[in-house]
Ligand binder design. Structure first.
Ligand SMILES: NC(=O)c1ccc[n+]([C@@H]2O[C@H](COP(=O)([O-])OP(=O)(O)OC[C@H]3O[C@@H](n4cnc5c(N)ncnc54)[C@H](O)[C@@H]3O)[C@@H](O)[C@H]2O)c1
Length: 377
């Protein structure tokens, strides 16, 4: 029996992200030596008790609750992990912070900038650790790209191209789910996919100065659970442009209507001395071009980011070349939160990052209405 004290986790939600986070919490054992406590899967919460219990049994959660309020009020719980749709993030996170719990919340952080600000203020006021799960910051190749940009390897950044394209909602047979309801999801691809790519742009390039864009709904009606048509109120696709504070330009495309793109998150950064590009579907690889004038006809070089130096967590996983996957990003993000709790250190990305991303999404909604450019304050 370990002598380490327990750090009790309460997970709110049990479906897609519920499974991804449950898997990640179980895999935290790879960082076991680094942590002064044992993460304990104490309670999982879902309104449908039988369905939540099934996930609890598969993944090893000790208890099931049907009310998130009970989980947040439970004095035994140290960390609240929020993996529910966007309209629930603000009430759960604020209540959790007020109850003195550390919080990790799925992206996008909230439905609006006002909500995100309330969440950030509650976390800061109550001195709890707070993380928004922009998990793609935890890909070793993305961390390496950040390092190359920061060290000036590609010079001053001139442009950022980001796209996050999928095709899951194209069929008319896809029923109405919460992602098509703006009251629950906030926006469609612009917030769901867009929040990830906006966060990566902030991480890799810097703060947004102004934005403009347009979105569209290709399939305005879908069949609800009652068999009746329901209006779709979130976008299927969006395009937007940005100017960053340091002068770089940004080009973005988010969509659920790009056939063949299952989870196609890609970016390219162009600087005065070189370029970097990355594709989630080949997540261990980074392509780098540096123009040092020495090699005419030089091309992009492919780097496998599975070795020390490029990879802050490499010692915990496998030998070089033994690649990591999408699920490892969740393990890294949870480990970063637990490390911050253990050391009373900072978290990243935190609710302030979630807020800043949300303000870009709010500005895009405003720009779409006014058909102009909107400055970020
Ligand atoms: N980081 C990523 O890569 C990533 C990927 C997918 C989804 N997400 C985000 O994760 C969140 C959840 O998405 P998902 O795909 O898991 O959705 P989902 O529909 O698969 O699951 C949502 C869960 O929330 C539960 N829920 C809803 N309202 C609740 C309430 N009031 N109380 C308790 N439980 C409630 C549902 O029962 C379900 O378990 C969203 O914010 C989404 O944007 C992040």
């Amino acid at each position: 029996m370990s002598e380490k004290r327990a750090l009790n986790i309460g997970l709110i939600g049990y479906q897609f992200m519920g499974r991804a986070h449950s898997h990640a919490i179980k895999a935290l054992h790879v960082f076991g030596d680094e942590l002064p406590f044992r993460p304990v899967m104490r309670v999982i919460c879902g309104r449908n008790e039988a369905a939540a219990r099934k996930v609890a049994d598969h993944y090893g959660w000790e208890r099931v609750e049907t009310s998130w309020e009970n989980v947040v009020a439970d004095p035994e719980i140290d960390v609240i992990d929020i993996v529910t749709p966007g309209d629930t993030h603000c009430p759960i996170a604020v209540a959790a912070a007020e109850a003195g719990k550390h919080v990790i919340c799925e992206k996008p952080l909230a439905l609006t900038g006002d909500e995100a600000r309330r969440m950030h203020e509650a976390a800061v006021r109550n001195k709890v650790k707070h993380v928004v799960n922009f998990n793609y910051r935890q890909v070793p190749a993305v961390i390496h790209a950040h390092r190359l940009v920061t060290e000036g390897t590609i010079g001053d950044v001139c442009s950022f191209h980001g796209s996050y394209r999928q095709d899951w909602s194209m069929s008319p047979d896809v029923p109405f789910v919460w992602r098509f309801d703006e009251k629950v999801a906030g926006a469609g691809s612009m917030a769901d996919n867009g929040s990830h790519i906006i966060d990566l742009a902030r991480y890799l390039v810097g703060e947004f100065a102004e934005v403009t864009g347009q979105s569209t709904i290709f399939r305005p009606e879908r069949v609800g659970a009652d068999g009746k048509p329901k209006p779709v109120t979130t976008d299927d696709a969006a395009v937007f442009l940005a100017r960053f504070r340091d002068g770089a330009l940004g080009f973005f495309h988010t969509s659920r209507f790009c056939p063949g793109h299952k989870n196609g998150l890609q970016f390219e950064i162009n600087g005065t001395k070189g370029s970097i590009r990355w594709d989630l579907e080949r997540l261990n690889e980074l392509e780098v071009f540096v123009d040092d004038g020495a090699a005419p006809g030089a091309e992009f070089q492919r780097i496998m980011v599975t070795e020390g130096g490029a990879h802050p967590y490499v010692g915990h996983w496998w030998p070089p070349g033994h690649i990591l996957g999408w699920e490892h990003t969740f393990v890294h993000q949870l480990y970063a939160l637990l490390k911050a709790i253990a050391e009373d250190g900072p978290t990243s990305p935190d609710f302030e990052d979630g807020l800043k991303c949300q303000l870009v999404i709010d500005a895009l909604a405003e720009a779409e209405k006014s058909r102009g450019w909107v400055a970020l304050k």
